[in-house]
Structures are given as structure tokens and as C-alpha cells.
Design a protein around this ligand. Sequence first.
Ligand code: BG6
Length: 464
Amino acid sequence: MEKQTNYSFPKDFWWGSATSATQIEGAADKGGRGKNIWDHWFETEENRFFEGVGPEQTSDFYHRYKEDIALMKEIGHNTFRFSISWSRLIPGGRGEVNKEAVAFYNAVIDELLDNDIEPFINLYHFDMPYELQEEGGWESREVVEAYVSYATECFQLFGERVNTWFTFNEPIVPVEGGYLYDFHYPNIVDAKKAVQVAYHTIIAHAKAVEAFHGLPGQKGKIGIILNLTPSYPRSQHPADLKASRIADLFFNRSFLDPAVLGEYPEELIELLGEHGQLPETLPGDKELISANIVDLLGVNYYQPRRVKAKENEPNKEAPFMPDWFFDQYEMPGRKMNKYRGWEIYEKGIYDIMINLKENYGNIESFISENGMGVQNEERFTEGGEIQDDYRIEFIREHLKWLHMAIEEGCNAKGYHLWTFMDNWSWMNAYKNRYGFFSIDLETMERAPKKSARWFKDVSINNGF
Ligand code: BG6
């Protein structure tokens, strides 16, 4: 029975966690899976990855999903987000569907439903099939078409039992990492390409939404998951305000506006136009974007962006960069996650929600990722359990602000932690641990942390 709580959340609130295929499945060369860019990057530049650990085994969810889903059930999850690996389902990215992959994802979905956990499926979490990257990845309009076929295949294969879909997770990250700041494959620095990649991602997204809504008898919902990083100006000085507004345009509104409102912000178009950075488009694109807005929005929130006006004129001889227009700074007195080096600003979650309410039609949304990465977390083990009180506090304080936003009428439907169990993360591999469950990397055994017990109570009581 539910206990009376001080912070009680709306009925049927989604309590769960989020993961992604490359980060948890493992079995990278098993079950007919094709290579993606991460397998390739690790093969060619192993030293870029923390302690030289690649994505071949990760958390071995491919073999242990039943055990993991039982643990989800045990800690009160009613929803769980995972992604489909494009290169597992369609090795090479286009063409024939891999039957073993269909069987695997069907089994995961069935297992979740049998345990009363709603599957939330995301279609793309940074994992371009390698062959398609060779064709230019998101730089290529043909790859957009391959993605739409892949998405349609997924809707047809799993759509009867899955009601909640997402086209992309954090689509700005491959743009920043792959084309501006060198932390994702293909690690080049070229703003023109970055803009083209971002634009093609939105075209792919809109086409997938169109395909989804066009399926006969469709009763599910489709959205996108964006890492919204609120921009806070250093002061109310017009130059600081402008710098902060431009950072927001580049890093939030470049995806938020087309996905939710169906159009790009005028100011962003002008800014890119002035600097000769507009992408190539095709006739009909504008209408496609405006006709295919999302049904719901996932919000990943980790940290804010503190912005001030540029101190020195940027070198305009060098290639165009978003940072020509603003500087980031470390706000004195800010609260830090000292185990990861990121700022903690819980109110950010409230500010995001209020912004969605006031400027984005109060779109149905949820916190699709929030979490606290910790290095060397085993050091907090006592009596055989990791005492992650810092994570409990982190989640609780964010939930309080989410609760306040809901009380003020925001349309927030749930909270998912990043992540269910410690997993492999892009170049950081196993450096930062985020899970409710730790993993022994030798034996692959899962063990609950203190936060898992705490979150179970919160989920069962629908509040705290
Ligand atoms: C999120 C991504 O933004 O950050 C995840 O969606 C990622 O895929 C997580 O694992 C944590 O990143 P890191 O670098 O701290 O391990």
C-alpha cells in the first residue's frame, strides 16, 4: 500500500531508468550484429578509450536481460528505456533484417510486459552502422532514407506491443562530438558539416514521425529525447544576455524548436546565414518539419551552462564555431559533483519545465535522464553495499524541483535515472558509474546500491 508522502507525484507517474544498446548489450560480434562506429573507433584508436576498454562486452544485457528485468521489477520500475541497435537489427544499416535480433528484442519486450514494465524504445543513441558512416553518416541525405526504413521496420515489428517511441537520444551530441569538439567519431572539426548533420538529423526525425503517425491503427506516441542544458547569463548586462541567448539557440533550440514547434528559430537562421553556415535543403523540407511535431518530449538534464559575453574577439580567420559568440565560465560558489566534475544545479529541472510550459505549449514531457556519475565508486562500499547517499540526495533534490513544476501545472509524466546499472560510456568506458546497480566487471554480477533500495520506496509510494 502507498504511504502518505510529502512529495507525492501524479497517478501513474513513470518511475524507471534509461539505457542504450551499445552501452549495455555487449555481444557486439554475436547474434549477427554488424559493426557500428564505436566498434570501428575502438579497433582503430583504442587509446582514446578510458583504460583501453571497448564496447564488446559492456554489461552483457544481451545474455542477462531476464535477470536485469527481474531486478527492475524488484526496485519498482513501471517503465524502462532501452534503444535498438540499428546495426544489430539491420547489419550494414540497410537491407535484410536480422532474425536473431528480432527474436532478442521481442524477448526483451515480452519480458518487460510480463513484469508490468512499459518498454520505452529509442531508435538511435549515437550508434551509426559503420558502413553508413563510410557513406558520410548524417552528412548524407541517403543515410536519412536508410534511417527512415530502419525506423519503419521497428514500428512494424514491435509497434503492436510498444506504445512509447523516441527517434533520437541527444541528437546534438554527435554534432558537437563528431564535428566540432572531437569526442565522437568521425572526430572532425567542420562547422558547416556540423550544421548539415544537425539538419539531416531533424529531417530524419520528422520523416520517422511521419511514418509512425501514418501507420494504420497507430495508438502509440512518438517523441525525441533532448539534453536541454539551460543557459544562465552571468549578469543582466545586455552583452551577457545576448551571449546566453545565442548559446541557448545553438545548443537547445536548434533541436527543441523544430521538434516541438515545427520550425527553426528565426534568430538562428539569421545568425548562420550571416556567417555562410546555412545547410543545404530540399524543397518540401520546411513543410515536412512543420507537419511532424512530436507527441511527447524526453528531457535529459545533468547540468546548466553558465554563460558570459566574450572577453576577447574570436579569431575569425579560424573556422566558424558556436563559441565565437559566448564564453562559458565557472560560477563562483556553484555546487559541484566533485566525483565527475559537473555542476549540480537542481533548479535547472524546474526552469526547463516552466520554459516548456510557457513557450512550448506545455508539451507532455518527462525526465528521460538525470543522474550522478562517480569515479571509483567501490570506495564507498560498506557492509557489502555501495552507500551512495550522494546519489540519493541528488535524485531527491531534483525530484523536489520537478514536483514543484508539476504543482505549477507543468505536464511532466515521469522520471528516469541514468542509468539502471553501471555501463560502458563512449570514450569514458567504465570511468563514471551511474547505476542503481553496480557491476563486477570480472564476474558480471549485479549488486544493488543503497539508492536502489531508496528508489524502490519512492516508486512504490509514488513519492517520498
Ligand atoms: C548522457 C548520455 O548524456 O550522458 C549517455 O545519454 C552517457 O549515453 C551519459 O552515458 C554519461 O556520460 P559520461 O561521459 O559521464 O559517462
